[in-house]
Write a protein that binds this ligand. Structure first.
Ligand code: TXA
Ligand code: MG
Length: 330
């Protein structure tokens, strides 16, 4: 299969071409501020089916619908009154809202649920693409199902390059973890996936004290499967046992171990490779580079990766969520 062309996302001609491909039922990988998406016309059942095939994604895992303004969001979903201040404050941005599904959205997008997840991405190229296409774009992260999400065009080209019609290159995703998914239940707000919008921001901006985290209420949403966002190399999260004896025990002679850490707090001489996410300990910077670091470690034929836990404040909650899913056994 031929490799997809990579076009510069800041080129208006490339946006026009991408929009034409979407309107004709094709697949376009495009940058967002969170991760790269694999987009197709949300109302086109056959086009959406191609997304599932390209990713080898089970049909039971629903997609997020991307729009460029609040009015369009309302064309596809029914939102509770409490959603308006959230949309006005956090869109465009790394927040997805769960709404009642309207008929324009085919069942394949929502995996048969009567709700639909909708967001307005903040990346200018994503907004330009959606606006130019003039229709909503369904887009999961542009990675094979279960693997680490892409934060660069090259990540998409390497794994899905033969399955998409065009890749728009808009540089590295600045947030680096997927959107926060929020459901506004009658009983109160529930975070279904920790992500690029910190819970603290939702709480402080909206004055909420009672945001529930985790999908206890929705254990059936498949994107919340335990093992996900995973490297092929086994990964474990291990607290530094004590500065001086921080090195992990070698299970066999010459074991190749990679270290993933926020900042370097230990003697790293026993590691084959080290990825430092933020020397200054900044969780935003760490989130932005997390998936790139995981991918790099995964190319080094390591026996395993040791990840040091980070504080679960701000973007740290999303970072720990991704690391835990990566570490979870099949
Ligand atoms: O940042 C993001 O959200 C990225 C970019 C491309 O926008 N997209 C993304 O999509 O992460 P994906 O497909 O990798 O994750 C979508 C997840 C599903 O796995 C599911 O957990 C949740 O969104 N979801 C989708 N529809 C839902 C619904 N109706 N109710 C609850 N959760 C839903
Ligand atoms: Mg994904």
């Amino acid at each position: 299969m031929p490799q997809a062309r990579i076009a510069d996302a800041s080129d208006p001609e490339a946006i026009m071409e991408a929009a034409r491909i979407i309107r004709k039922g094709g697949l376009v990988a495009f940058p967002t501020e969170t991760v790269y998406g694999l987009g197709a016309a949300a109302a086109n059942e056959a086009a959406v089916a191609r997304i599932f095939e390209a990713k080898r994604r089970p049909r039971i895992d629903p997609l997020i619908v991307h729009v460029h303004d609040i009015e369009s969001a309302r064309r596809y979903g029914t939102f509770p009154d409490a959603a308006l201040p959230v949309m006005e404050r956090f869109w465009p941005g790394p927040l997805t809202l769960v709404a009642g599904k309207k008929n324009l959205i085919p069942d394949i997008v929502t995996a048969g649920l009567d709700t639909v997840a909708i967001r307005i991405p903040a990346h200018p190229a994503a907004l330009a693409l959606i606006r130019t296409a003039g229709i909503a774009i369904a887009a999961p992260s542009a990675n094979p199902f279960g693997y680490v999400s892409p934060t660069e065009a090259a990540h998409v080209a390497a794994q899905l390059g033969d399955a998409v019609d065009l890749i728009l290159d808009g540089g590295s995703s600045t947030i680096g973890v997927e959107s926060t998914i929020l459901s506004l239940e009658a009983s109160g707000p529930v975070i279904l996936r920790a992500g690029g919008t910190p819970v603290e921001d939702l709480q402080s901006v909206l004055g909420w004290t009672d945001v529930h985290i985790g999908s206890v209420l929705r254990p059936s949403v498949p994107g919340q499967m335990k093992r996900h966002y995973s490297t092929l190399t086994p990964l474990e999260i291990i607290e530094i046992p004590g500065r001086r004896d921080a090195a992990p025990r070698m299970e066999k002679q010459g074991e190749r171990i990679g270290l993933l850490t926020l900042s370097l707090m230990e003697d790293a001489s026993c590691y084959t490779a080290v990825e430092i996410l933020s020397p200054a300990g900044d969780l935003r910077e760490a989130a932005a580079g997390l998936f790139r670091a995981l991918r790099r470690l995964d190319t080094l034929a390591l026996d395993r990766i040791v990840a040091r836990p980070v504080s679960e404040k701000g973007l740290g909650l999303a970072i720990m969520d991704r690391l835990r899913r990566c570490a979870a056994g099949d």
